[in-house]
Design a protein around this ligand. Structure first.
Ligand SMILES: O=C(O)CCC(=O)C(=O)O
Length: 335
């Protein structure tokens, strides 16, 4: 079966704050902002320089014998290394010192000082390197949530997931393919929490995941100096085409009290969504008091009610989404 058609993510050259705030962000669609001024990091961040300035601060990293990391079967382990040693290893193909195998792959998603409480902030964990990275001023400073180092071995692929905050992913060195899926395609992605169970998005097992082909695949290749706008709830899957260093910046585009206060990663559902999901579970337990045929009848009516109350009205070019997004069974015979 043919896989999804690739829809290129639009590229905007030299987009500044004004254009981003006025034209790009309100679309709620991903966009590549090319030629952003990310600062001296673009020419300074060689492996040697990163090692010197980042020093031997310990970092917790993912290590895997295969480059496609699998969160379901946990084919990776967490290890700790001094930052300079980690950068050296991530940049080389074969390692003389290793944990699992001489060609193991490495991935860093930097964390806050107190991992469970504090979000990552480059200026706190890596103050010398943070000076080289000019944070895009595309949002109000008081909305800043975190800035996260993303450093990967060549070939490293991170599973498809969503985050709940708006995000600018800056590519500083190396190139990276990013595939994105709309939140409206969530039902085709076989979610387990915030992650998709479809790990091999290029050759998915369509017997297990037949609906996956219905998800529209948006794609771009980030080059050094690019910023990718990933709106909250958009699914993304990254594949490092080369050893690469990036930084992503999350900010709160909803009012601050919408977010879970105990969420250093920026991926816990907003508090109202969590409450609504809990209420749904309670409603489903209540339906269990009824015989099957009644449960079926009221279940279908609840789906319809949810659909009418919550689905966004879409414009003509995305109209098809509403048909493909819904699971076909509950709606084939509505009454
Ligand atoms: O660049 C990566 O490796 C992952 C980026 C990501 O997941 C994010 O920015 O939320």
């Amino acid at each position: 079966m043919a896989l999804q058609e690739k829809i290129p993510v639009p590229v905007f050259s030299e987009a500044g704050r004004e254009e981003f705030v006025r034209d790009i962000c309100p679309q709620r669609r991903p966009a590549v902002l090319r030629g952003a001024s990310l600062g001296p990091c673009l020419h300074k961040w060689t492996v040697d320089y990163l090692g010197q300035k980042g020093g031997d601060k310990e970092v917790k990293i993912h290590v895997s014998t295969v480059p496609q990391m699998d969160f379901l079967h946990k084919n990776f382990v967490y290890k700790t290394l001094p930052f300079n040693e980690f950068v050296k290893r991530a940049s080389e193909k074969k390692h003389s010192d290793f944990f699992l195998s001489e060609d193991e792959s490495y991935y860093l998603r930097s964390l806050g000082e107190d991992v469970r409480k504090e979000p990552a902030d480059l200026s706190k964990q890596f103050p010398d390197l943070a000076k080289d990275f000019h944070m895009p001023d595309f949002f109000e400073p008081d909305r800043f949530f975190s800035s996260v180092f993303r450093i990967s071995s060549r070939g490293l692929q991170l599973w498809t997931h969503y985050d709940v905050m708006d995000n600018l992913l800056a590519q500083v060195t190396g190139t990276k393919r990013v595939v994105l899926y709309s939140p409206q395609d969530a039902l085709h992605l076989y979610l387990s929490g915030d992650k998709s169970e479809v790990l091999d998005i290029d050759a998915p097992d369509l017997k297990r995941f037949p609906e996956f082909v219905k998800a529209k695949r948006y794609e771009c290749v980030l080059e050094p100096g690019d910023l990718l706008f990933i709106p909250a709830l958009w699914f993304h899957n990254t594949l490092a085409l080369q050893f690469g260093v990036g930084v992503n910046v999350f900010w709160r585009h909803l009012p601050a009290d919408s977010y879970d206060k105990k969420d250093p990663y920026g991926n816990k559902d907003p508090v109202a969504a969590t409450r609504a999901l809990q209420a749904l579970e309670r409603a489903l337990h209540t339906l269990d008091e009824l015989p099957d045929d009644y449960r079926d009848f009221y279940g279908r009516r609840m789906i319809q009610r949810i659909q009418t109350r919550t689905f966004c009205h879409r414009n003509a070019d995305t109209q098809q989404d509403s048909e493909t997004t819904l699971p076909s069974r509950p709606f084939t015979k509505p009454g």
